[in-house]
Design a protein around this ligand. Structure first.
Ligand SMILES: Cc1cc2nc3c(=O)[nH]c(=O)nc-3n(C[C@H](O)[C@H](O)[C@H](O)COP(=O)(O)OP(=O)(O)OC[C@H]3O[C@@H](n4cnc5c(N)ncnc54)[C@H](O)[C@@H]3O)c2cc1C
Length: 385
């Protein structure tokens, strides 16, 4: 039997991991990337990402995070690049709320990994957070920060070192399956033929695969960096995720001079595609972030010292789409990572690679293939707030 020919379309967060995994196997693998690995227009822009073991939504994800942790270590070893800085992450939430209850269940399962703090303990230990009366916190001792652009660059470069072909600044225009083969056409009308294709096109997925657009809501996300006020410092401000009253997260910048802050789905602008997204931000765009900082971080100045935008795809359930294309059985679509896909991306890339090679689905990935994803109502996909 001839070697499998596999394409990975989009080598951002997920695609670069799938490419790296496939490059280690006995197959011919070709990647297509609209820009360059680690570029600023996709879902991975903005300096850093939270890596946390604490789960706030779905306990089925826990084994995937363990696998991702192993693969980050392997990628670090193979590339010699530092990809994470694991100094802990604080999860803050209202004690009675569902995400906090899920987080507490995670903490009960792995007591050594977490420190559960009462309202009074959180206030005493983290005085720089204006913790509300009904909030508690869980410190995730083994969590921390991921450097996303380095991660994508390392996975892509290792894949090429291992023999993968990577076409950069190359846009795939269409994908078509006929008689068991998949035809990938670029914008110069050049066609390549593959046995299997993994599409990991992020917020461009609906544009590349129009019949799947209804399953994804594309959003523009804003990241903002806030610096300490005069005579204040960043000490006592670890990375955090807070689920109520309004989802937010923050990460100290690698140079230790500012806290990067972002909000959740309700605050993101609906877009058709990153190609037509607005990169300029108005003061009105920044206001929800400034209001959060005024309330939660009295020691930080309340106008950002810098900001950036990036783009993400969401599913209705907020659980990622990792399943074959409904009409093209040889095409796996990986999209809709709904604002939380980076930490698990090495494990997700491995899941995509195993599918492409025809290997059995591992138990930790089965639920992804069994989900019955619902389309968004047209009004929901474009609704604001
Ligand atoms: C602001 C922000 C903060 C986040 N914070 C966290 C966090 O703290 N922790 C966490 O775990 N997750 C976080 N996430 C989520 C995580 O970053 C995303 O879920 C993840 O990056 C999605 O990866 P992706 O591969 O789907 O998209 P991308 O990384 O955008 O990759 C898609 C790639 O496809 C390429 N492409 C698109 N169309 C084509 C085409 N036609 N031809 C060729 N190439 C194409 C694009 O150029 C791009 O490189 C955050 C997301 C955002 C936006």
């Amino acid at each position: 039997m001839s070697r499998l020919r596999i394409a990975v379309i989009g080598t951002g967060t997920m695609g670069s991991q799938a490419l790296w995994q496939l490059s280690q196997q006995d197959c011919d693998v070709v990647g297509y990337e609209l820009y360059q690995p680690g570029h600023a227009r996709g879902a991975a822009a903005g300096e850093n990402r939270v890596f946390n073991f604490i789960e706030l939504e779905d306990l089925r994800v826990l084994p995937m995070t363990d696998r991702a942790d192993q693969l980050y270590r392997r990628l670090e070893e193979d590339s010699g690049v530092e990809l994470r800085d694991l100094q802990g992450v604080l999860a803050i939430g209202e004690e009675s709320a569902e995400p906090t209850q899920i987080a507490l269940e995670t903490a009960r399962k792995y007591p050594d990994r977490f420190q559960v703090l009462s309202n009074a303990e959180t206030r005493a230990k983290y005085p720089k957070f204006n913790i509300h009366d009904n909030e508690i916190a869980i410190f995730d001792k083994e969590g921390g920060i991921i450097f996303p652009d380095r991660t994508i660059q390392a996975a892509s470069a290792l894949a090429v070192e291992n023999g993968a072909i990577l076409h950069t600044e190359a846009r795939v225009a269409s994908i078509e399956q006929r008689d068991g083969k998949v035809y990938v056409t670029n914008t110069d009308q050049e066609v390549e033929t593959f046995d299997r294709v993994v599409v990991a096109a992020g917020a461009w997925t609906g544009q590349l695969l129009p019949s799947m657009d209804k399953y994804f809501a594309m959003r523009r996300l804003i990241s903002t960096w806030f610096r300490p006020k005069f005579r204040e410092t960043m000490e006592g401000l670890p990375a955090y995720v807070r689920t109520e009253p309004n989802y937010s997260y923050g990460l100290p910048s690698p140079d230790g001079t500012a806290l990067k802050v972002g909000l959740g789905f309700k605050n993101h602008l609906a877009i058709a595609s990153p190609d037509s997204s607005e990169y300029t931000l108005s003061d009105a765009d920044l206001l929800p972030l400034r209001n959060l900082v005024r309330d939660l971080f009295p020691s930080l100045g309340d106008y950002p010292s810098r900001f950036t935008v990036c783009h993400e795809s969401y599913t209705k359930s907020r659980i990622e789409w990792v399943q074959p294309h409904p009409e093209m059985s040889n095409v796996l679509v990986m999209a809709g990572f709904s604002g939380k896909g980076f930490k698990n991306s090495p494990a997700l890339g491995e899941i995509g690679a195993r599918w492409a090679l025809g290997l059995p689905t591992e138990p930790h990935a089965e639920f992804l293939f069994e989900l019955d994803h619902l389309p968004f109502e047209e009004t929901e996909a474009v609704a604001q707030g």
